[in-house]
Design a protein around this ligand. Structure first.
Ligand SMILES: [Zn+2]
Length: 207
């Protein structure tokens, strides 16, 4: 099963990505992590990406696609987290693979803002918590949780606007071929994951 996961900031996309990958045995691929890994390992393409980043630029689509193409070659199940980011990337992706389903996590703007301004993040393992639901400032892994200085309502609203502008054309692209499943992101991690499982039922060849 080849899955793309979309969700606005604060909708729990990272957490659901982990849940889905673990449950269905999918390789969880984040292109950001992939680029960092290749830079760390000094692979030829990683060095090309580094050259752009050192000049303050984003790695171009061609570079990201090369990295991704190598990563997904031979995999029959994976989840793309935070990719594609643009319609151009989605079209390039279509040339190297055939995505089965796009999960579109949805959450009301007010909820997104509330979740994000109350968000505490673990600097060690990356897990995030809601201050309203988590009474201590310590992560399950033992590290002290921090708040991000850019988690303000104004910045979050701007991020949402950018997210929507970028994501809508991609959702239209996959929606036109019936591949988009909208998921209501309201509820606990477990509740949202149950909705995702229902949506993925037809695609799950492991059953
Ligand atoms: Zn942690």
């Amino acid at each position: 099963m080849k899955v793309v996961l979309f969700g606005p900031p604060g909708a729990g996309k990272g957490t659901q990505a982990c849940e889905i990958s673990a449950y269905y045995g999918l390789t969880h691929i984040s292109t950001g992590d992939l680029i960092r890994k290749n830079i760390r390992e000094k692979t030829p393409i990683g060095l090309v990406a580094l050259d752009y980043i050192e000049r303050g630029k984003l790695a171009p689509d061609e570079v990201v696609m090369q990295l991704l193409g190598r990563e997904i070659a031979g995999l029959d199940g994976y989840l793309l987290d935070g990719f594609p980011r643009t319609l151009a990337q989605a079209k390039m992706l279509d040339e190297i693979t055939d995505i089965d389903v796009v999960i579109n996590l949805q959450l009301d703007d007010e909820l997104v803002v509330s979740r994000i301004v109350n968000r505490m993040v673990c600097p060690v393992c990356g897990r995030s918590y809601n201050k309203l639901l988590h009474s201590t400032t310590v992560c399950d892994c033992g590290a002290t949780l921090t708040m991000r200085t850019d988690d303000t309502p104004e910045i979050v609203e701007e991020r949402l606007k950018v997210y929507r502008e970028q994501t809508l054309p991609i959702l239209d692209h996959y929606g036109a071929v019936g591949k988009v499943k909208d998921i209501d992101g309201n509820g606990s991690v477990g509740e949202v994951f149950e909705k995702i499982k229902k949506a993925l039922y037809d695609y799950d060849k492991k059953r």
